[in-house]
Design a protein around this ligand. Sequence first.
Ligand code: ADP
Ligand code: MG
Length: 346
Amino acid sequence: MSQPLLQIEKVTKIYGGGFLKRGPVTVALQNLNLTIPQKPAEIITIAGESGSGKTTLANLVLGFITPTSGHIRYLGQDVAQMDKEELKKYRREVQAVFQDPYAVYNPFYRVKHVFDLAIKNFNLARNRREARDQIEEALAVVGMRGEEVLEKYPHQLSGGQRQRIMIARAYLLKPRLIVADEPVSMVDASLRAMILDIMLRLRDEYGISFLYITHDLSTAYQIGDKIYLLYQGTVAERGDTVEVIDHPKHPYVQLLIDSIPVPDPTIRWGSRATTIDDEEMRVSVESGCRFYPRCDQRMDRCLESHPPLYQVGPGEHQAACFLYEDQPLAQVPEDNLAKERIPAAD
Ligand code: ADP
Ligand code: MG
């Protein structure tokens, strides 16, 4: 069997704490396992409320921060152990698209600067002609032409244009994975559809996988192959997107989906789903289920240990809830540690 493209293995990220450090300790991500195969390319949604650990996961995968424990492997190799050359290849093949594209631009440079820099940093072209051809090809993928945008300054473009250019820049590097952290949450509905469409095309025509991070279930329903629902840094439920959203099993995920007024996934998730910010409710439960304080089906045993993932439906539909403890435990083939099962909080 070939190596997965990306393998996140029992990754925990804790902020704060440590020797001689004061201040609060936040377990931003706890014991996360996630595998992206090399083929076929997939869009994997990471969904959850504000503070659930989504950006932490993005930053870990992009190598901006390192795990407190656990491993992130790319084509079998631990990112933390890569040498300079390997890291350069990784930084080319794993690209980022962020929520606010304006923040990524230098306002004093014309748009073409972002492309020129990428071409220079990664030695993509032998001469100007080649560079120009590559830039045009990348812009064409997002439905733009060089003459329309390259000589402009970032503030002269709309938010949607800036975001499409960021996707073109990512495409230019011929990545195998794009980490997109809330890429459409700041653009309006028509542009949102266009950008989601571009993501689908990149997946289908160019074999690029996505970690698509969002707090909006409706877009996940539209484009996501798999979904991971995070609650305070832990996976509450995961599986095929349509299966999970149509048949949610975890009380938290049921709450989110049931409280959408009509069972219409095109309605923006979060509008009425919950008024409590995850951040405010963050509990320092070291063991036990993080959702306990809000759960309408809680049991005493939920305080004893963190529930592991149980198999709750077809495919790899799994939920971390003791309501399903009669079901088989989810196998965790991705970390080859199935026999160890998923331990309680570290
Ligand atoms: P999301 O993107 O889902 O809103 P984040 O990953 O940004 O969530 O944050 C997860 C948790 O980690 C939050 O409680 C947040 O306050 C905390 N956190 C994030 N970044 C830092 C940091 N650099 N230092 C301390 N705490 C952080
Ligand atoms: Mg975030």
